[in-house]
Design a protein around this ligand. Structure first.
Ligand SMILES: C[S@@+](CC[C@H](N)C(=O)[O-])C[C@H]1O[C@@H](n2cnc3c(N)ncnc32)[C@H](O)[C@@H]1O
Length: 333
């Protein structure tokens, strides 16, 4: 039987985080090839197929798929069509996500295949990833979009930080919400733990939400004077549930420069006040030490035990040494 290879795309500079995660959770995968932002592993364990590969939920991968091979741009179309035929597929079965990593060159799949590429792919769609690493090196592979898998090509979503945002942290929350299609309405109220100087709050306010921000540091004046923003200047450790608003809170965002064990404990303690109204939490986990990666599942279990029916841990393009743990409650019909 043919060897199976799996490809992972990763934020440039975080290749070691991905390797550490694979070592901790998928020891049956052994590193085969590594470039900035792109790695392949040989699978020595039970084989995945195009459907089950999406169950391999790797936090530090912006895209995961079964690697089918690589080629040179001049004969790539033929190579891809032949390879698809070998696995009883044709181009009509797939949508194409065509992107480049750490290179100015991108294979022109749109012209070569005479097909629209990089469309937001619906759940259930089989995606053919064409990944240019350079003019002489284009890889391709497949995955099927399922729950918890972003529908955007290599988690790339066009979003800009507005000039009015007091910090670049705006983008981390904006990308998380867009990539994982988190549903909130302008009627939803938020608590933003670690809100200063105000990037994440400015994103939420721009969507019409009411926001209570918590931080020990100061908040940008424009945010502070916004009619839908209220500031609670305190450390999370010194807050009690009585210090928090008495109205319904639907979502919590937390991005604290604190040891994750401590920030999870404090934030979940405070969230208990909103047990009846809370729909979800978006919690940034700082990767303080490489070995903290071993705690990914443990942290998800803590959120699950609290009452979040689904939990996923993902790194979005705007993240550095951190990832987001998203917990969602069961929605009432
Ligand atoms: C990454 S920054 C948050 C960025 C912010 N969300 C934004 O969008 O501009 C982390 C924040 O956590 C705050 N912080 C750290 N420890 C804290 C604590 N124990 N209680 C409250 N805030 C804390 C820091 O003051 C800092 O503003």
């Amino acid at each position: 039987m043919k060897d199976q290879f799996i490809f992972f795309c990763v934020n440039i500079g975080n290749e070691n985080l991905l390797k550490e995660e694979i070592k901790a959770f998928c020891p049956e995968l052994t590193l085969s090839y590594s470039r900035k932002g792109f790695l392949t592993f040989k699978n020595k364990g039970i084989k995945f197929d195009f459907n089950t590969i999406s169950q391999l939920e790797i936090t530090f991968a912006t895209r995961t798929g079964i690697c089918l091979g690589k080629g040179k741009p001049e004969d790539l179309k033929e190579t891809i069509l032949d390879t698809l035929e070998e696995v009883n597929l044709s181009l009509d079965d797939c949508v194409i996500h065509n992107y480049s990593i750490n290179s100015n060159y991108a294979f022109d799949a749109e012209t070569d295949f005479d097909i629209t590429v990089n469309e937001y792919s619906a759940e259930g769609k089989l995606v053919l990833n064409i990944i240019s690493l350079g003019e002489k090196e284009v890889w391709f592979g497949l995955h099927r979009v399922s729950k918890g898998i972003t529908r955007y090509p290599n988690a790339h979503v066009e979003l800009k930080i507005p000039d009015s945002s007091p910090s670049v942290a705006y983008i981390k929350l904006a990308q998380t919400i867009e990539l994982y299609a988190l549903k909130f309405t302008s009627r939803d109220s938020w608590i933003d733990f670690g809100c200063s100087p105000g990037g994440s709050s400015s994103y939420l306010l721009s969507k019409g939400s009411k926001v209570w921000g918590v931080d020990t540091a100061n908040v940008d004046q424009a945010i502070l004077s916004h009619k839908n923003f209220k500031f609670i200047k305190s450390s999370v450790q010194n807050l009690s549930q009585e210090d928090l608003p008495d109205c319904e809170i639907h979502w919590v965002h937390a991005d604290l420069n604190l040891n994750p064990n401590q920030s999870i404990k404090e934030v979940l303690r405070l969230c208990k006040k909103y047990n009846n109204s809370l729909k979800g939490i978006i919690f940034t986990v700082q990767v303080v030490k490489l070995e903290n990666i071993k705690l990914i599942e443990e942290f998800e279990d803590i959120f699950y035990d609290w009452g979040f029916a689904t939990t996923i841990s993902r790194q979005v393009p705007g993240h550095k040494k951190e990832y987001v743990l998203i917990g969602q409650r069961r929605t009432k019909r």
